[in-house]
Design a protein around this ligand. Structure first.
Ligand SMILES: [Zn+2]
Length: 230
């Protein structure tokens, strides 16, 4: 036997349900449409990024001859529509098939990387890197080879010196930094070398950083780099 709710007995309209929950379930069609729209936009942006090669090459005639990427005649642009769709689908899937903030952030990073990194773009367009592999890459893997080399170089140097630091030979104790992992501020640091200001497009450091400092937390061993400005 069913009890009439109070609002009905009193002749009142039914109370509003929780608005958030209602919005999420009550309008699946609108949500689906919004998701579809977002994904379409994303696909289009990826496609534009994939195409940036042609525009870049024709404009950039004084590329200092560092990379001789020949063989591509004008008007011979490969159709990347299908590829852009595949990449978007892989990206969407990779982020739980939800159009959430991770998906959006990953899409932005991917597009920026494809525009900036001609090598990566070439590998993607040629199929050497397939969509699933591409969307699984982190920001380091998406970086240009120049950035990667600089980073690897930096890392090598840092590791060598940290080994020395570990044996107590050098390194400077400091409480100037706070460790992100354990919150401690007993650290030591080493300078990981001066950088060439001319090509200082590097990890996490702003343009113009002239030195990198590698800081090691003495509490937990967490290690990070800080760009210094002189
Ligand atoms: Zn720590």
């Amino acid at each position: 036997m069913k009890k009439r709710p109070l609002w009905e007995e009193l002749g009142l309209p039914p109370p509003a349900k929780k608005p958030a929950a209602k919005a999420a379930t009550a309008n699946p069609e609108r949500e689906e449409a919004a998701t579809a729209q977002l994904r379409t936009n994303c696909t289009r942006t990826i496609k534009t990024a994939l195409c940036s090669e042609t525009a870049h090459q024709t404009q950039d005639t004084d590329a200092a001859g560092v990379e001789a990427t020949g063989g591509e005649d004008e008007g011979d642009t490969p159709d990347v529509t299908g590829l852009a769709e595949d990449i978007e689908a892989a990206l969407f899937h990779h982020h739980g098939s939800k159009p959430g903030p991770e998906y959006k952030a990953a899409a932005r990073l991917l597009v920026a990387s494809l525009k900036r990194n001609a090598d990566l773009r070439g590998q993607v367009v040629s199929g050497a890197v397939d969509p699933a592999a591409l969307v699984a890459m982190d920001s380091r893997q998406l970086a240009t080879s120049q950035q990667q080399q600089e980073f690897a170089h930096l890392k090598d140097k840092a590791l060598q010196r940290v080994t020395v630091v570990g044996s107590g030979a050098s390194g400077t104790l400091t409480t100037e930094y706070a460790c992100k992992k354990c919150g401690g501020n007993n650290c030591n640091y080493i300078e990981s070398g001066r950088r060439d200001i001319g090509k200082s497009e590097t990890w996490g450091s702003k343009e113009g950083a002239t030195t990198n400092r590698v800081v090691t937390c003495l509490g937990c061993g967490h290690r990070w780099e800080v760009g210094l400005f002189e």
